[in-house]
Design a protein around this ligand. Structure first.
Ligand code: FAD
Length: 464
């Protein structure tokens, strides 16, 4: 399914005076005989060349919804390793309708929850591991309190039988009307496949930068550039090769922060044709369009266990107290395939250079497994199918970063989804597809999540 980056590309020129302005007829060079949705006329439509950087669930969902809008053949997804090789393949996959209601993410989360239901129908519930679930908070202890007559609580009849350990408290957090789950790896690859089977390209390669050019006055497409330093995307640099592009979506999870350096334009007010090209950029003569953008990662370990007896669809958000007094909060997600996913042991650590360099510590996996086994004896001896670690992507304010980059036509960011990236991926993909295809998002107002909040006072309004 993956091809290498060799097609239709030109070698990057590192001397910025040699960055060439593409001729006008190349700017939207990919012309498709595309059927307007619902129409049979076959009228010719000019569509932008779109490169999605990152093959996690955010990039995959964006590719899927662009394909839904008839743009599949215009899309190239560039993934450094394998699709879903990072958090999108190693997450829990828990979904909640209204747990984000107190946050600016609330409306998007509600929309996305419903889109997951639709995707389960469209792609196949079994194929993406979708099902509605019960959700419980469970408080457990390594050693029951001295003198306690029973480790089970009165009123805990909603606890499923397999949760037979030292539980000292519980409450209901959700039911099948408002909580659900997917298998993140299966969903991510199914979304990508949905786009690829309709003509999108999946390319294995490392995105190293963007090729930008400054805009002066009014551009050939009639969009007013005007502002000093406004620029547009002309290409994406992959393994030293420029792939021509009119739109670049940065969806590289915790590695997206590098876009702060890629999105540079001239420091002065002149329009003398500087491009921003990753390593090639002359930073002393340019300024970042998003100086406040920093994306960090929080590391988690997880294990996938295969118990010998079936477990029910009860998701457990736990609080667990070791005999030493240490408190931990692993999350336990039984899956429809009979496995049980458990994650925990958060660590604040620098993100390694790539997903392939994430270090897995066996001891941390064991810790998670021991806690799970203390809460449910069937998990104590269950074989470990997978031990893994990954980083969730975080912006400084803890909110996702979704939308056009101010003053850079064609540049979009989609990252910072923290622990809700699986839930919010469909809505993120949908609103990005709307922004790219139609110039604005109509399904959900994501203004509060705009990258412009990191523009350092220059609130941009550049349209794609
Ligand atoms: C332990 C854990 C459990 C979680 N559980 C849940 C949950 O239950 N529910 C939920 O909603 N969310 C959950 N999340 C959060 C969710 O996993 C993330 O928010 C989401 O996966 C982020 O997706 P992404 O596509 O932005 O990033 P990623 O999955 O990190 O994907 C980014 C991709 O970009 C690629 N890339 C990076 N740099 C480059 C480059 N230069 N060139 C090309 N490609 C590049 C990477 O290789 C990677 O494949 C969990 C996260 C963790 C860590």
């Amino acid at each position: 399914m993956i091809v290498r980056a060799t097609f239709g590309a030109t070698r990057i020129q590192t001397n910025r005076s040699r960055l060439q302005r593409p001729p006008a007829d190349r700017r939207y060079a990919l012309k498709l005989q595309a059927m307007a949705s619902g129409g049979q006329g076959g009228s010719e439509r000019t569509v932008p060349r779109i490169v999605i950087c990152g093959g996690g669930i955010i990039g995959a969902a964006t590719a899927h919804y662009l394909a839904e809008k008839g743009f599949a053949e215009a899309v190239t997804v560039v993934e450094r390793h394998e699709p879903a090789c990072a958090a999108s393949g190693k997450a829990g996959g828990f979904l909640a309708l209204d747990w984000n209601d107190d946050s600016p993410v609330g409306p998007m989360a509600r929309l996305s929850y419903r889109l997951h239901e639709q995707l389960a129908t469209q792609l196949g519930a079994e194929r993406v591991g979708y099902r509605a679930v019960h959700t419980l908070q469970v408080i457990g202890v390594e050693k029951p309190p001295a003198g306690g007559s029973s480790t089970r609580l009165r009123g805990s009849e909603k606890l499923p039988d397999w949760v037979d350990g030292h539980v000292v408290g519980m409450s209901e957090m959700g039911d099948p009307t408002d909580t659900a789950q997917v298998h993140p790896h299966k969903l991510t690859t199914a979304l990508l496949e949905s786009a690829v089977t309709r003509g999108s390209r999946l390319l294995q390669g490392r995105v190293e930068g963007l090729q930008l050019e400054e805009m002066a006055g009014r551009d050939d497409t009639g969009v007013e550039a005007g502002k000093a330093g406004a620029c547009r995307v002309t290409g994406v640099i992959v393994d030293g090769v420029v792939i021509p592009a009119d739109v670049a979506v940065i969806a590289m999870g915790p590695w997206s922060g590098v876009a702060k350096e890629w999105l540079r334009t001239s420091a002065g007010s002149g329009n003398d044709g500087i491009g921003a090209s990753g390593e090639a950029a002359d930073c002393s003569a340019s300024r970042s369009l998003l100086p406040g953008l920093t994306i960090t990662g929080q590391k988690y370990h997880s294990v996938v266990l295969r118990p010998h007896k079936p477990v029910t669809n009860h998701m457990l958000f736990t609080g667990f107290k070791y005999a030493s007094g240490r408190l931990v909060e692993p999350e336990v997600y039984p899956r429809p395939d009979g496995t049980v996913y458990v994650c925990g042991e958060p660590q604040t650590l620098p993100v390694p250079p790539s997903a392939a360099e994430v270090h897995v510590e066996e001891q941390l996996g064991n810790n998670i497994r021991i806690v799970a086994g203390s809460l449910a004896s069937c998990l104590a001896q269950a074989p470990v199918e997978t031990l893994q670690a990954c980083y969730l992507p975080c912006a400084p304010d803890g909110l996702p970063v979704i939308g056009p980059v101010p003053q850079c036509q064609g540049a979009f960011l989609a990252t910072g989804h923290t622990c809700w990236g699986i839930l919010n991926a469909p809505a993120t993909g949908l609103v990005l597809a709307e922004m790219i295809a139609e110039g604005r998002s109509s399904s959900c107002d994501v203004t509060a999540l705009s990258p412009s909040r990191f523009a350092g006072g220059r609130q941009g309004n550049a349209r794609p």
